[in-house]
Design a protein around this ligand. Structure first.
Ligand code: C2O
Ligand code: CU
Length: 457
């Protein structure tokens, strides 16, 4: 047999395509696989990771609102996995939660995801099995849905997937997955930040340019308090959902899994650098850099208009809505003595022996019975009481909710940060039938017990 040169290989592929046109029309693959990524600065080697299509981040999925996503997940990992399309109001069977909406996809197996996308906005995808390991190893990507109409006019539209890695000294991933100290405290916190899988994410811009920045926190557990310099910015969407009235962006706290869309005008002068910075104990650290070259516009643009609203149903009367309490318990300094697990009451030390240190309403892990059973279309209220010594980023699947504040319902979100000692009461219309997870998105906390579910009939 002749050696296969690149040319003959291409010719062979073309011929194959001719006789098998179905291949071209088939479902595109999304391969979860080990790979390498140059996460650390030059001077270090590439980091062995797990990534979609072997890279970090995985391929960006971008489509127009109302469009359809179809991907065949192929599992080339050494363990079972799924994909969850975070924040997208998908049909339940496509939600990617093992044990609730599907079985985990075993190594070597595949699963076809196909769903339509009702809302424009900034979303992302990640595994929902052993998320504490698979997300930390690099499995995530952006899912961007462009407005069907009324998209804001901008000079550039940038997605910034902000991640936190725990590196060993040689920039390999620190193998401390499953560390009970992390799990019972703030989660797996890292020591290195990347944007879109690189250490020095930089973009050239012009003074006066209007940018749309889509910031996504893809970290396991780290919260990013962010400040902007050299940019005049407005918040136009949270967790993909447009805010009713854009407001000037001060310091922004992005909890794990949260997103914020900004319209940001470059105010730094040519020759200067504008920044997205993280406020840290030690000061401000650069997250993303915008090097200003020329001048696009000398005069400031008017503030941006609101983005067109998504078709999320309006809340019904809150006084008539059934109200459920979800009490978060456990963790270090939490004082939890015991909790139910698998129908049995267990002392904390026995729970900890199984890696379970957090609870919702006195029970760890997905309970037998749903926290809430709602008829389709009803408005549901859940008061999430944080009775622990740590903040938690609470995420509801399949729906977007509003946190009820003193001034009424807040903006639509899918992930809400609930500080220690705080109660956040959420309300949403249970319009998406199926079984939906509700959990902490500090993913170690979820695995260590903070997981429940809702049934929408
Ligand atoms: Cu982003 Cu249940 O997850
Ligand atoms: Cu938590």
């Amino acid at each position: 047999m002749a050696r296969l040169s690149r040319r003959t290989f291409l010719a062979a592929t073309a011929a194959t395509a001719l006789v098998r046109p179905a291949l071209a029309a088939g479902t595109p693959e999304l391969r979860a696989a080990p790979g390498r990524a140059q996460l650390a600065p030059a001077g270090y080697g590439p980091t062995p990771v797990w990534g979609y299509d072997g890279g970090v981040p995985g391929p960006a999925i971008r489509l127009r609102q109302g469009g359809h996503v179809a991907r065949r997940l192929v599992n080339d990992l050494p363990q079972a996995t799924t994909v969850h399309w975070h924040g997208v109001r998908v049909a339940n069977a496509m939600d990617g939660v093992p044990g609730l909406t599907q079985d985990a996809v075993e190594p070597g197996a595949a699963f076809d995801y196909a769903f339509s996308v009702p809302d424009a906005g900034t979303y992302w995808y990640h595994p929902h099995n052993r998320t504490w390991e698979q997300l930390a190893r690099g499995l995530y990507g952006a899912l961007i849905v462009d407005e069907a109409e009324g998209a804001p006019e901008v000079d550039a539209d940038e997605v910034l997937l902000i991640d936190d890695w725990r590196f060993a000294e040689d920039a390999t991933l620190h193998e401390s997955f499953g560390d009970l100290h992390d799990w019972s405290h703030a989660g797996r916190l890292g020591n290195w930040v990347t944007v879109n899988g690189v250490s020095d994410w930089t973009k050239r811009v012009d003074h006066g340019a209007r940018l749309r920045l889509r910031l996504v926190n893809t970290a396991n557990a780290r919260m990013f308090p962010l400040v902007l310099r050299g940019l005049s910015a407005w918040v136009v969407a949270l967790d993909g959902q447009p805010v009713a009235a854009p407001y000037e962006a001060g310091e922004l706290v992005l909890a794990p899994a949260q997103r914020v869309d900004l319209i940001a005008d470059v105010t730094a002068a040519p020759g200067e650098t504008a920044h997205v910075l993280e406020r840290d104990r030690d000061g401000l650290l650069a997250v993303a850099e915008f090097r200003v070259e020329g001048t696009l516009r000398a005069a400031a643009l008017p503030p941006p208009a609101a983005l067109p609203p998504n078709p999320v149903p309006a809340l019904g009367p809150l006084d008539d809505a059934p109200r459920t309490v979800l009490r978060m318990e456990g963790g270090a300094m939490g004082g939890m003595m015991a909790a139910m697990m698998g129908g049995q009451r267990m002392a904390l030390r026995d729970l900890a022996g199984q890696g379970k240190v957090w609870a919702f309403n006195g029970s760890v892990d997905m309970p037998e019975a749903p926290l809430v059973e709602a008829d389709r279309g009803t408005t549901v209220r859940i008061a999430m009481v944080n009775d622990t010594a740590f903040p938690h980023a609470m995420h509801l699947h399949g729906h977007h909710f509003r946190v009820l504040g003193p001034d009424g319902p807040g903006p639509l979100r899918d992930t809400a940060l609930v500080d220690r000692g705080e109660t956040a009461e959420i309300a949403f219309v249970a319009d998406n039938p199926g079984d939906w997870a509700l959990h902490c998105h500090m993913v170690e906390h979820a695995e260590a017990g903070m997981m429940t579910w809702l049934r929408v009939g």
